[in-house]
Design a protein around this ligand. Structure first.
Ligand code: PLP
Length: 612
């Protein structure tokens, strides 16, 4: 069972000896890494970061564009900035700037806080671009960045922003930053994130506004600062066709502007949008192009338009975010419970005289074999339906019902187990198996760790860390530990997730969620006050690796402080309540206090259920 790793794994991970390993250096397994971290008493879900995968994506992106530039005899350069909104965490940004240094990789900011990060982290000379809605304060901060010597471009999304730039340029002596213009394209992308483009898009100037902007730039002697034309068709472009149309459109606008005398306009910023494959099933593959096809389309299309109009080739800027960081982070979360574990055979309490259908179930359970498992499973499910109806009508009692539940689950388990050696069970059996989803309780909050699943039903590749040499028999559905019924991941019968039947009282079972490095971490919400999980970074050394930057998820004190309580005051109240409680000795009181205090210093996820 490969869990579609060939589809989404991009050679970053591989399966060997029943475990999933990272394809780098000494190729440790994710299980080994996880166990090392847990040995430090850090429990609960944990994000493993692999900066080497960010390095790989940066190199891959540059090589691909550089090859396309060479092959097309393109005269412009390729440059990239990383959009902070995709992942602002320091370990991520530091890795991007470290590995991006040979390429003068820059940052893109979309808010004040992001701009401050960009100004502090970007090396002087590397590009900073600023998109999104801007007030006077943000624009002034952009001027201050220019004053520091930053190579910064403020992309205006509307005429109002340009007016502010004009005002600030007159009222201060600060250096004037470069100005970019985002254009509203006629063509739009498809899918969830398509509202970034098209005539009704949230951002960008219409064609009449573009003329107005140019007029204003001229009148205020700022035209020479106009250096970049920007567009972004939307994130996760799964179909390349709309992008090609957008490129042709933007290329023509650029060429026209050049012919209108925009001397310092030398850059086209194509935004982000390079997609990531999240699918685990070939039939559900999301992306219909390769990176090389993408880069060669961009370069070829722009060259064609420019050559046609006799305009010099612009430098190409990209703001790919998802493509750069999605793969670097893996969430590992322990499974806490399997729903049907409660249905143990030893809990059966059969009566002297059982209802006839229950007797039938007993026989099915005893006589189930490889030759009849499908038929018996069928019968058992039918009997179960009937028994539940009989219960509703008052013909059988609660004890009978408990016995029926146990027997049916035993039969399901055994039938599935027997089927594992059958190469080709009937399609009907496959179907039935996929419907009989076992519920796995996962020590994690899906609202916090994969909010795009909650918000957009976007699936992430999921697989267990071990047992990959054993056929998994249980079609799974996953529950998180929030007490919200939306904290559940279910799978269509045509794209099921099969997991192993494990006895969690004897062993650990971890699930890994892949490609979670883009958007999820700051989009995640604190539902039930589950915070950003613990995280650590895996750095490869010569023939080994080390685990660095271990940061445990917030403890109870900081969680309650973060929403406005005063944790010191709360602690005092709790202490007083314990101290004044009746019937306890002083010794007991201090013991209780110690216990409570210890709990409050732990992170908010579960620790003690089963192995935790
Ligand atoms: C969000 C965003 C990006 C990043 O898009 P990805 O799909 O993550 O590559 C780039 N540019 C702009 C303007 C954005 O808003």
């Amino acid at each position: 069972m490969s869990y579609g790793i060939d589809l989404w794994g991009n050679d970053n991970f591989f399966i060997e000896d029943g475990v999933v390993k990272i394809n780098d250096n000494n190729k440790p397994s994710l299980l080994e890494i996880t166990e090392k971290i847990r040995a430090t008493d850090l429990k609960g879900p944990i994000i493993l970061r692999f900066p080497s995968l960010i390095h790989k994506q940066i190199k891959t992106l540059y090589n691909s564009f550089q090859n396309a530039i060479k092959a097309n005899h393109y005269q412009g350069k390729f440059r990239a900035v990383f959009p902070l909104k995709v992942n602002q965490y320091p370990q991520v940004i530091e890795s991007i700037l470290k590995y991006g240094q040979p390429y003068q990789y820059g940052l893109e900011a979309g808010s004040k806080a992001e701009l401050i990060i960009a100004m502090a982290m970007t090396p002087i000379g590397s590009p900073i671009t600023v998109n999104g809605f801007k007030d006077v304060e943000l624009i002034t901060t952009g001027f201050i960045a220019a004053q520091m010597g930053h190579n910064i471009t403020l992309t205006i999304e509307g005429i109002g922003e340009l007016m502010s730039i004009i005002d600030i340029s007159k009222s201060t002596n600060l250096r004037i930053p470069n100005i970019g213009i985002r254009i509203r394209l006629h063509h739009r992308s498809e899918g969830y994130w398509s509202k970034s483009s098209g005539m009704d898009a949230k951002f960008g100037l219409t064609t009449p506004e573009l003329f107005e902007a140019i007029d204003l730039l001229h009148k205020n002697d700022l035209f020479k600062y106009f250096t970049m034309l920007h567009f972004h068709v939307g994130s996760q472009i799964e179909n390349i066709k709309p992008l090609k149309r957008a490129l042709r459109e933007v290329g023509n606008i650029y060429a026209e502007l050049k012919m209108m005398g925009a001397r310092n306009l030398t850059k086209i910023n194509i935004g982000g949008g390079l997609a990531v494959e999240y699918s685990q099933h070939v039939s559900k593959r999301l992306i219909n192009y390769s990176l090389d096809e993408f880069s060669s389309d961009v370069v070829f299309m722009l060259k064609e338009v420019m050559d046609h109009k006799g305009v010099e080739h612009p430098d190409i800027y990209t703001e790919s975010g998802r493509f750069i960081v999605a793969s670097h982070a893996v969430l590992v979360a322990p499974v806490l419970e399997l729903f049907s574990q409660d249905y143990q055979e030893k809990l059966l309490q059969l009566k002297e005289n059982n209802p006839p259908l229950l007797e039938e179930l007993i026989k099915l359970n005893e006589n189930l074999s490889i030759d009849n498992n499908i038929e018996y499973l069928h019968d058992a499910l039918d009997h179960n339906e009937s028994l539940l109806t009989l219960f509703d009508l008052g013909y059988i009692d609660l004890r009978d019902r408990a016995n029926a539940e146990i027997l049916v689950h035993q039969i399901i388990k055994k039938a599935l187990y027997l089927s594992k050696d059958q190469e080709h069970p009937t399609p009907e059996f496959d179907n039935m198996q996929a419907r009989l989803q076992e519920r796995y309780l996962v020590n994690s909050s899906f609202f916090q760790s994969i909010p795009d699943y909650w918000g957009l039903k976007q699936h992430f590749p999921i697989m267990p860390l071990d047992k990959l040499d054993q056929k998994p028999l249980r079609a799974a559905c996953l529950w998180d530990i929030t007490c919200d019924s939306d904290g559940e991941i279910s799978f269509d019968p045509d794209a099921p997730l099969f997991l192993h039947d494990v006895d969690l009282s004897n062993e650990d079972y971890f699930l890994a969620f892949f490609n979670i490095g883009a958007y999820q971490e700051t989009l995640g919400m604190k539902h039930n006050l589950f915070e950003h999980p613990s995280e650590c970074t895996i750095e490869f050394t010569k023939n080994d690796y080390k685990i660095t930057h271990i940061k445990e998820s917030s403890n109870m004190f900081s969680i309650i402080d973060s929403i406005g309580y005063d944790s010191a005051k709360i602690m005092t109240t709790l202490k007083n309540n314990i101290a004044f409680s009746h019937h306890v000795t002083e010794e007991d009181t201090s013991e209780t206090l110690k216990t409570l205090e210890m709990f409050l210093y732990q992170n908010g996820y579960l620790r003690t259920t089963n192995q935790e």
